[in-house]
Design a binder for this molecule. Structure first.
Ligand code: UT7
Length: 340
């Protein structure tokens, strides 16, 4: 008898539509304003606002963990999708600020939301993590390995910010965003995704210490090696170039142009980056989701939170084309076109 291919190895099946059936987000209550930062480092509201567009950011409460924030966002996404924890087959969580090196933060979220049938893992792609995770999820659903996947982008950057470094401490905030992905026979979904990386640029944006290459020791503990270091100006240039290029590629894959997009949801690092990307793609700023003024750069959570806000405020109608585009440490970048 000829052996039959297992469901996981079939390649002749038609591509499945992978839809985002629910979104959610969570921001901590505590607001840290530019005025407060003026009292902490040599900075001022005018500099921060004009160079970045950021006016305030959220900071996790004492004892509030990455997994706590992720679970809150996940619950909101599950409610939006109308599913319970038992229906989730896989949890993919993107973060650079896990609760611990081990276990994965995804496993901690599993317990908090009661998704005990799910397999769980974390991924590390810095600010690009949420879109990387969406693409991984879409591959699992397309190959019929899993049906319902919870994707989370979350970061508690306040735990790795050097609060004495004005070059970085004014930029970042804490938060979480989540999406539920599922095959939907009659419906719209992820049309195309492109991911890219350039490890030659790894040093431009990094947390140099705390890992196995440079453990924190009694000798180096005062050097803040466990904090984010960034070459801002260089990172800025690579962000604009790679976001635009990957967005153009993915639009080309989808047979679309900037003019077809109802909404662009970019990484929320800097309003000048967002404006430059929108301008080069030929998309007016009023079709671009911006919330960095209220939340700062929340790394892996940023695009996920913005997606949830766009969803809840009705910025995307059924059938609309939406572009998600991200950039971060690694360096990494990604773009997705979704038909909502
Ligand atoms: O999420 C991952 C991706 N991240 C990004 O894409 C971030 C990319 N980079 C940026 O957004 C911008 O480069 C920054 C917002 C980080 C910095 O803006 P910039 O216009 O590139 O400023 P700069 O770093 O070139 O610094 C200009 C000046 C410097 O002073 P001098 O050397 O010209 O005298 C800085 O020391 O601004 C000074 N400066 C500040 N002044 C007041 C830097 N940070 C501050 C501050 N307050 N917080």
């Amino acid at each position: 008898m000829t052996p039959q291919p297992s469901p996981r190895t079939r390649t002749h099946l038609p591509k499945r539509t992978v839809s985002i059936i629910g979104t959610g987000s969570y921001l901590p209550e505590r607001i840290l304003t530019n005025a407060e930062l003026e009292k902490m480092v040599e900075t001022n509201d005018e500099w921060i606002t004009s160079r970045t567009g950021i006016r305030e950011r959220r900071i996790a409460a004492p004892g509030e963990t990455t997994s706590d924030m992720a679970a809150n966002a996940a619950r909101a996404a599950m409610e939006d999708a109308g599913i319970n924890g038992d229906e989730i087959d896989l949890i993919i969580l993107a973060t650079i600020t896990p609760d611990h090196f081990m276990p994965s933060t995804a496993c901690l979220v599993q317990t908090k939301i009661g998704a005990m049938k799910a397999a769980c893992f974390d991924i590390s792609a810095a600010c690009s993590g949420f879109l990387y995770a969406i693409e991984i999820a879409q591959q699992f659903i397309t190959t019929r390995t899993y049906n319902t996947i919870l994707v989370i982008g979350v970061d508690k950057l306040s735990s790795i910010v050097d609060w004495k470094d004005r070059n970085t401490c004014v930029l970042f905030g804490d938060g979480a965003g989540a999406a539920i992905l599922r095959h939907r026979a009659q419906g719209h979904g992820v049309i195309a995704t492109r991911m890219g990386s350039n490890g030659n640029l790894a040093d431009l944006l990094a947390v140099p210490g705390g890992g196995s290459a440079c453990p924190i020791t009694p000798e180096n503990v005062g050097e803040s090696l466990n904090c984010i270091k960034m070459e801002g100006r260089e990172t800025f240039k690579h962000a604009v170039t790679n976001m635009v290029e990957s967005a153009r590629q993915v639009l080309d894959d989808a047979g679309l142009t900037g003019a077809d997009l109802a909404c662009v949801i970019p990484h929320q690092a800097n309003l000048r980056i967002v404006s430059a990307v929108a301008d080069r793609l030929g998309v007016p700023l009023d079709r671009v989701m911006v919330n960095l003024d209220r939340f700062g750069n929340t790394s892996a959570a940023a695009v996920a939170i913005a997606l949830d806000e766009a969803n809840r405020t009705g910025r995307m109608k059924v059938g609309d084309y939406v572009l998600l585009v991200v950039f971060g440490g690694g360096m990494t970048w990604a773009s997705s076109v979704v038909q909502w």
